[in-house]
Write a protein that binds this ligand. Structure first.
Ligand code: MN3
Length: 213
């Protein structure tokens, strides 16, 4: 009887410390028509959720089960034998960051404070948008395009697959997911159309400004 109680309470503790799927910051149809509810329901409800479910399976009963997502990413990066844990953890982090990089009220004019910072690093806001679009379009295969702060300078970088910037010292400000699952239902092979529509209509510049700090 006591054994059962102990076992139940340790399971409860483990459940409490497991990695959870964060709620979407808006409704699934809030990004239409640029990103449809159908895409979001698969991308968030299936892909993002699967990374969470997979990670929890992989870490249950291991030393990683009590760590935060960031600690798991940093603790498994660059270790081939930990690739499954790293890939799922990094993809959870990347997707949560991506949802916040988008907003139904995004696109349009940039906050003045951000514009100033951009213009110190790029010729113009248009030049920055073009560089971000070019990175997103030219990333070969699956990956991500990012606006980052690197040693005080704004830069555009791209990463492959589940790569994650937490381990690089670069501070992410915004990201665009260019895995095919992010756009294929809505745009098929037209990745440039997806990227340009996101930049024009959804890019959450306020989030970038918050991340600049
Ligand atoms: Mn994705």
């Amino acid at each position: 009887m006591n054994m059962a109680t102990t076992s139940n309470s340790s399971e409860a503790l483990r459940a409490a410390s497991s990695i959870v799927l964060p709620p979407l910051p808006y409704a699934e149809n809030a990004l239409e028509p640029v990103i449809t509810a159908k895409t979001l329901s698969f991308h968030y409800g299936k892909h993002h959720k699967a990374y969470v479910d997979n990670l929890n399976k992989l870490i249950t009963g291991t030393d990683y089960s009590d760590l935060s997502l960031e600690e798991i990413i940093k603790g498994t990066a660059g270790q081939p034998e930990k690739a499954a844990i790293f890939n799922n953890a990094a993809q959870i982090w990347n997707h949560t960051f991506y949802w916040n990089s988008l907003s139904p009220k995004g696109g349009g004019e940039l906050p003045a404070a951000l514009k100033q910072k951009f213009e110190a690093s790029f010729d113009s806001v248009d030049a920055l948008k073009k560089e971000l679009a070019a990175a997103a379009v030219s990333q070969f295969g699956s990956g991500w395009a990012w606006l980052v702060l690197d040693e005080g300078k704004l830069k555009v970088v791209k990463t492959a697959n589940a790569e994650n910037l937490l381990i690089t010292g670069k501070k992410p400000l915004l990201t665009i997911d260019v895995w095919e699952h992010a756009y294929y239902l809505d745009y098929q092979n037209r990745r440039p159309d997806y990227v340009n529509a996101v930049l024009d209509k959804l890019m959450n510049w306020e989030f970038a400004l918050q991340n600049v700090g």
